[in-house]
Design a protein around this ligand. Structure first.
Ligand code: SAM
Length: 226
């Protein structure tokens, strides 16, 4: 279901979540400010696919208000692209007076396109907290940069175009929650956060609007039982 509706229902039931780890749709446009298409024909096709699957529209402040309303202490990891950073910083740092940190996934096998630009070899995770905590138990868990190739195998196996690395998400969950606490992911995709919670004995609530991804998540979680 739409997580805005889902989160409103949680609120009505008085549910409080200890940690939020989420990967909302990135804000991606296919046009320049002048309205011209920015992409080549092949990339334009991939963009259209992402657009149809709710993956390019970003999110509104309403979703953030709902997330915050479900926490007694703000403790939130949000994946995003560079152009969304100002939006999230404005909301969490300026308005909500949170502390923040920036974590990075460095993709070690990024496509080698660098004509007039840097490589597209990283994804950001912004960590916001006010009362929330980050207590890494090892030097490895305290690192802010995670190096791994784009996981083409999982991408293909689970059919989600923006699947994120399970081990990196597990690091965030280990550092900022305890066993049996509740973790929320309002934009669950193929269920990576849910699976990480299952493996780390955290309870989880996850929302996904596209039915095929919801079904993939269930299969992924069941596969993990075997
Ligand atoms: C970037 S993907 C998450 C991928 C996930 N981290 C993974 O590893 O599979 C964002 C997901 O949010 C879903 N989504 C978009 N808008 C939504 C909404 N309003 N409510 C619930 N899910 C939504 C999309 O269908 C997409 O699967």
């Amino acid at each position: 279901m739409d997580s805005l509706e889902g989160m409103r229902q949680l609120k009505q039931q008085g549910i409080i979540v200890d940690l939020i780890v989420t990967d909302p749709p990135y804000e991606i446009t296919n046009t320049t400010p002048g309205g011209k298409s920015e992409f080549s024909k092949s990339i334009e096709g991939a963009f259209k696919e992402l657009q149809e699957e709710h993956l390019t529209q970003g999110i509104t402040k309403e979703y953030l208000d709902c997330m915050v309303s479900l926490q007694s202490k703000i403790n939130i990891y949000i994946w995003c692209n560079g152009s969304q950073i100002p939006f999230y910083l404005d909301y969490f740092v300026k308005e909500r007076k949170c502390k923040f940190d920036i974590l990075l996934w460095n993709k070690t096998n990024a496509i080698p396109t660098f004509y007039n630009k840097y490589l597209t070899d990283k994804e950001y995770v912004l960590y916001f907290r006010k009362g929330g905590y980050c207590k890494p138990n090892s030097y490895e868990d305290a690192k802010t940069i995670y190096f791994s190739p784009i996981n083409a195998k999982d991408k293909k196996k689970y059919g989600h175009p923006t699947i994120k690395p399970l081990d990196f998400i597990k690091r965030m969950i280990r550092n900022s929650s305890k066993e049996n606490e509740i973790v929320l992911d309002p934009f669950s995709g193929s269920g990576t956060t849910a699976l990480a919670c299952k493996e780390l004995n955290r309870r989880f609530i996850a929302f996904e609007i596209v039915e095929k991804y919801y079904k993939i998540s269930l299969l992924r979680l069941q596969e993990n039982d075997q």
